[in-house]
Design a protein around this ligand. Structure first.
Ligand SMILES: NC(=O)c1ccc[n+]([C@@H]2O[C@H](COP(=O)([O-])OP(=O)(O)OC[C@H]3O[C@@H](n4cnc5c(N)ncnc54)[C@H](OP(=O)(O)O)[C@@H]3O)[C@@H](O)[C@H]2O)c1
Length: 308
């Protein structure tokens, strides 16, 4: 007797196309809003939540009694994890977004230090506003969260004539433990956040952390907004002591009228670090590879077992 194909639910047509021709699988693109899920929801075994997981899309997992694998399109999985049933494994897309996100980090640092937002505003007003700016060369850059993206940032910073310091949860040669942050922060001109959301990292960048940062330093957040206590950052930047480049904020989206919008030394982008065709293509290929592994009974990659 022929066995039923494994039902894989994906959020978009491009992801479905990437899975085309998989032997033993049936691939469905689920509806863009979760209100009207087809009956086949009960047979989903392999589920790919949307890139920005909506509440309805994560809640849909409750209606998947046969669910075995949840494969995110993102490296971060904080919005998905609480909804994954015990019967299923959660895999993230660690590694998939390294190029795009690291490129955003380096671009944001250069833009902030060379004051591109200021010059863009002058350009919009039709003003030739010549002025000196600071320069990245010669500065000390501290990577807080020296994982997959942190290492990609370091590779890209090679050639910028900077000194790089690294912090991770586990100390290793060339990488300092979190406990050394108080000594490392005052020496850094640029502090890049690239740690995942955990009980330790939520709110880690608070008034005390920011107070340890050097006068005039730049805080770069490409991780998640909740790592930073927003009101503490607003206070430091408003006082003119620090500047910031943020791809992620808390809350997100940042509402109109939020104090962060009005601060001159803050560069904000709307969580676009990994929103590039390179990331999308790499994610689609990764999902295909994972589905092939699953269908062949091989071990999956990026299985989340501990904090991340
Ligand atoms: N802006 C965007 O569009 C975008 C795109 C992709 C990812 N992200 C965010 O970036 C995060 C990092 O991604 P990744 O793929 O590089 O993750 P990863 O490879 O798992 O690396 C995470 C790093 O953070 C370190 N870490 C853990 N807890 C820490 C703590 N309390 N203090 C300092 N460092 C700590 C880890 O230390 P160990 O090495 O010792 O484990 C590891 O080096 C993701 O979780 C996601 O939220 C954002």
């Amino acid at each position: 007797m022929l066995s039923e194909p494994t039902l894989i639910w994906v959020p978009t047509e491009p992801v479905a196309q990437a899975l085309a021709g998989l032997t033993g699988a049936s691939v469905e693109v689920y509806p863009p809003d979760g209100s009207d899920l087809p009956e086949s929801v009960a047979n989903v075994e392999f589920y790919v939540p949307p890139f920005f997981p909506r509440t309805d899309a994560v809640a849909a997992m409750k209606r998947m009694p046969k669910l075995k694998v949840v494969q995110t399109l993102t490296a971060g999985f904080d919005a998905v994890r609480p909804h994954v049933p015990a019967s299923a494994v959660l895999c993230n897309a660690r590694g998939v977004h390294d190029a795009s996100t690291a490129e955003w980090v380096v671009g944001a640092i250069v833009a902030a230090i060379r004051q591109f937002p200021y010059f863009a505003a002058q350009q919009a007003a039709g003003r030739w506003s010549y002025q000196f700016t600071d320069c990245l060369a010669g500065k000390t850059v501290l990577i807080v969260g020296y994982g997959s993206i942190g290492q990609a940032v370091q590779r890209r910073l090679t050639g910028f004539e900077v000194t790089i310091r690294r912090v991770a949860r586990t100390a290793r040669p060339g990488v300092s433990p979190v406990s050394e942050l108080p000594e490392l922060l005052p020496a850094a001109d640029v502090v890049i956040l690239l740690a995942p959301v955990t009980t330790e990292t939520v709110g880690m960048v608070d008034a005390a952390f920011l107070a340890r940062m050097k006068e005039g330093a730049l805080l770069v957040n490409a991780a998640r907004g909740v790592l930073v206590v927003t009101e503490d950052l607003v206070a430091e930047v408003a006082a003119g002591r620090l500047s910031a480049a943020l791809d992620v904020t808390d809350p997100e989206p940042l509402p109109p009228g939020h104090p962060l919008w009005a601060l001159p030394n803050v560069l904000i982008t709307p969580h676009v670090g990994a929103s590039t065709p390179v990331s999308a293509r790499t994610a689609e290929q990764f999902v295909r590879d994972q589905a092939e592994r699953y269908l062949a009974g091989q071990p999956l990659l990026n299985v989340i077992t501990g904090d991340y």
